[in-house]
Design a protein around this ligand. Structure first.
Ligand code: FMN
Length: 201
């Protein structure tokens, strides 16, 4: 059975524009694959992922038999996030731009799924990602216009991070200019909707 994992990163939950675009895409996906399993992971609003701290990272690198109960809980939380994305054939990410970057909670989620020896390994040829064979769709919502310019700090970063873990088949859909004017917002959302329809065709 095909499994899709939708990762929402808007602080506005389902009403965020990035979540709405991701939802639009997932609707087309469900229509195409009615038996697909859809998992939702809301990293910012419903269940914010805690930021990585020295203590949390310390838990990751402590040998299992030497971990305290608190460290076991931290690793179990990270393991659960990893198991969830491992089972996904398709990953959908709702990606808002906040203060010129990705939401800090999405960064925190990335920090909890990047585990040496678990989701990537250091080899003689450099790091090798273990989360391979997945198709990823990223729905980026922005107040301004950045795609294709050096001010787009998100696309390269997200693409590089996903590739580091083995996810190299990544498609971005942009809704931009959402805060410039009502007309610009309408045009930005219409362009993204057309792109989603094209992906579904
Ligand atoms: C705290 C905050 C910071 C933002 N910073 C930026 C920014 O740096 N650049 C930009 O183009 N838009 C910025 N915006 C506008 C958002 O990118 C826009 O509202 C987008 O729809 C956010 O995605 P969401 O609706 O899924 O939460 C910001 C919005 C908020 C709430």
């Amino acid at each position: 059975m095909t499994t899709l994992l939708q990762i929402n990163a808007s602080i506005h939950n389902d009403s965020g524009q990035s979540s709405r675009l991701a939802n639009q895409f997932v609707e087309t996906f469900r229509a195409r694959y009615p038996h697909a399993k859809v998992l939702i992971r809301d990293v910012a609003a419903a269940e914010p992922v805690p930021h990585l701290t020295g203590e949390r990272f310390g838990a990751f690198i402590t040998k299992p038999e030497e971990r305290s109960a608190a460290q076991h809980a931290v690793v179990a939380y990270s393991d659960a996030l990893i198991e969830e994305i491992k089972q996904a054939d398709v990953v959908v990410i709702g990606l808002p731009m906040y203060n010129f970057g990705v939401p800090s909670q999405l960064k925190a989620y990335f920090d909890h799924i990047a585990r040496a020896g678990v989701t990537f390994a250091y080899t003689e040829k450099g790091p090798a990602g273990k989360l391979t064979g997945k198709k990823v769709y990223v729905f980026a919502a922005r107040g301004g216009q950045y795609s294709g310019t050096p001010m787009d700090t998100q696309t390269g970063y997200v693409r590089d991070f996903l590739a580091f873990l083995g996810m190299t088949d990544v498609q971005f859909v942009y809704a931009e200019g959402l805060a410039i004017s009502p007309q610009s917002k309408e045009a930005g959302l219409a362009k993204a909707a057309a792109h989603i329809a094209q992906l579904a065709a």
